[in-house]
Design a protein around this ligand. Structure first.
Ligand code: NAP
Length: 226
């Protein structure tokens, strides 16, 4: 399948590697290819410059957000939540019509320091705002509740026995994404129903950050025991 990934940070890179390793044709989208490849700074979370990562992944195409969205039969939003609407506008509405858009974003307010506050919470979410802004796309929120290193490699902790939630208004899209997650080794997939479940999934960041700060490692996930 052709996959267009909007996002060049840790999440975009992890998912690009994961999809490519499973034989999918991946395109990574950025605002400005030249500017991206010229960056030399490490980000606040210690993620190395994109060019350094791309040197080892030359087979993965890098293009504009619009080109990547056009390439994707499946589109993935792996951009900063505060900028996701802008990124999807840049990707082009016409390139999203009828497509599943997996939304990995969180509502991090970048001006709030560490640990960050959420710029939207409790009675709304980024997931809902994106679905409302792009009604022609079929958003499925998932992968936002764990560190990027686990997204395509759940076996890296606890033998893979932990939970990944998903939600979205389109039931067929949720089923399709659950199938993809199984391809990546996820076994405990928790379908939470319509996109309003994104409120809880995005709010989980507060707990996630506290566990990170206490344990000093992002290599963990939670398990829903029924
Ligand atoms: N890092 C994790 O482990 C993790 C885990 C779960 C969920 N998340 C969520 O996943 C998303 C991606 O996280 P990340 O850490 O990989 O990267 P990030 O630093 O949060 O976002 C980087 C991406 O956002 C894009 N972007 C920033 N401002 C933009 C704007 N004004 N218009 C268009 N695009 C813009 C950047 O585009 P350029 O390529 O042009 O710079 C870049 O591709 C975030 O919403 C984050 O909260 C992250």
């Amino acid at each position: 399948m052709n996959v267009g990934i909007l996002g060049t940070g840790a999440v975009g890179r992890a998912l690009a590697e994961g999809f490519a390793a499973r034989g999918h044709d991946v395109a990574i989208g950025t605002r400005d290819v030249e500017a991206l490849l010229a960056r030399t700074e490490v980000d606040a979370m210690g993620t190395p410059p994109f060019a350094e990562w791309h040197e080892a992944h030359k087979n993965l195409a890098v293009m504009t957000q619009a080109e990547a969205a056009a390439h994707g039969e499946l589109v993935i939003n792996a951009t900063a939540g505060i900028a996701s609407k802008e990124a999807l506008e840049a990707a082009g509405r016409d390139h999203l019509v009828g497509k599943i858009v997996i939304d990995t974003s969180n509502a991090i307010d970048p001006s709030s320091g560490f640990p960050p506050s959420l710029f939207v919470a409790s009675d709304d979410s980024v997931g809902e705002q994106l679905q409302a802004a792009f009604p022609e796309a079929r958003f499925v929120k998932t992968w936002n509740t764990m560190t990027s290193a686990l997204m395509c490699n759940p076996q890296a902790v606890g033998g893979g026995d932990h939970t990944i939630p998903l939600c979205g208004n389109d039931e067929a899209a949720r089923t399709e994404v659950a199938g993809l997650l199984r391809e990546f080794g996820w076994t405990d997939i928790l379908d939470l129903g319509d996109i309003t479940a994104a409120r809880g999934m995005e709010a989980a960041l507060g707990l996630w950050l506290r566990i990170l700060m206490t344990g000093q490692t992002p290599m963990f996930n939670t398990k829903v025991v029924r």
